[in-house]
Design a protein around this ligand. Structure first.
Ligand SMILES: C[S@@+](CC[C@H](N)C(=O)[O-])C[C@H]1O[C@@H](n2cnc3c(N)ncnc32)[C@H](O)[C@@H]1O
Length: 241
């Protein structure tokens, strides 16, 4: 039987790796995703208007969005309900959402496509590779990383997204005055975030520690689960000097 990957082959690939070569340590594992009819429909309807495919070429944000509004990149939007809300409410920005989880990707695609939002594009690809190959230095106004996978077991800590290599990479992509806004319900990871960002010379923390929550950030689906277990929510906000 044909699958959506036969219809849209580029959807199937989430990392840039030659067949048969060893996989680098990644911050994600792919969950299987049985897509519902509305998600399949969204992929068919909105792929060409709202999805950017991976290529080793720097993106032209002005051409992509048709304006020069500042660009925010979100890494790991999950089901995307908060990303949809933010793109609608704060439409003076453009958004590039990165997520490898197909079900969430198709869900957000349906939300933004049905609303006809023109200030958001999505990519189903490893964020590290997208930043490395497709985003110009000093071109990004902000990064959102809400509830990155905590990888709580020590042997899995190497999979955590927020470590020095990604922090340095994000800092190099930020414009002067741009920000990284990262939130977690895993306390020990929250302290790791503070430490990691403190080691990047071009980043400053205007709060000297955890930041107050931003009123415009809606509760995410992953956050909701943490709140039900009474996990503390810690917010980290740093800026490029
Ligand atoms: C714990 S979920 C949080 C999702 C959402 N932000 C929320 O708060 O509900 C983290 C998400 O990050 C995605 N992710 C992890 N590493 C990624 C990477 N390198 N590139 C793109 N997405 C990634 C995972 O697929 C997962 O859906």
């Amino acid at each position: 039987m044909d699958t959506i990957f036969d219809e849209i082959p580029s959807l199937a690939k989430v990392e840039d790796r030659e067949f048969g070569t060893p996989r680098k340590v990644k911050s994600f594992v792919l969950r299987s995703s049985g897509l519902k009819p509305f998600q399949l429909e969204a992929l068919r309807l909105y792929y060409s208007s709202h999805v950017v495919e991976f290529q080793k070429e720097i993106l032209d944000f002005k051409a992509l969005f048709g304006n020069e509004n500042p660009v925010i990149i979100e890494i790991g939007f999950g089901m995307g309900t908060s990303s949809h809300r933010i793109a609608k409410d704060r439409n003076e920005y453009n958004y590039l959402g990165l997520e490898v989880f197909l079900s969430g990707f198709a869900k957000l695609l349906s939300l933004v496509g049905n609303d006809g939002l023109s200030n958001i594009r999505l990519m189903r690809f490893d964020a590290v590779e997208v930043l490395t190959h497709m985003v110009a230095d000093s071109s990004v106004a902000g990064f959102h990383i809400f509830f990155p996978d905590p990888w709580p077991k020590k042997k899995h800590h190497k999979r955590r997204l927020i470590q020095e290599p990604l922090a340095n990479l994000m800092a190099s992509k930020l414009k002067k005055g741009g920000y990284i806004y990262s939130v977690t319900d895993w306390e020990e990871y929250a302290y790791q975030m503070l430490d990691v960002f403190a080691k990047v010379p071009s980043l400053t923390n205007p709060f000297g520690g955890f930041a107050p929550p931003k009123a415009w950030r809606p509760t995410t689906s992953f956050e909701q689960k943490g709140l039900e277990q009474e996990f503390p929510i810690n917010e980290v906000w740093v800026e490029k000097q």
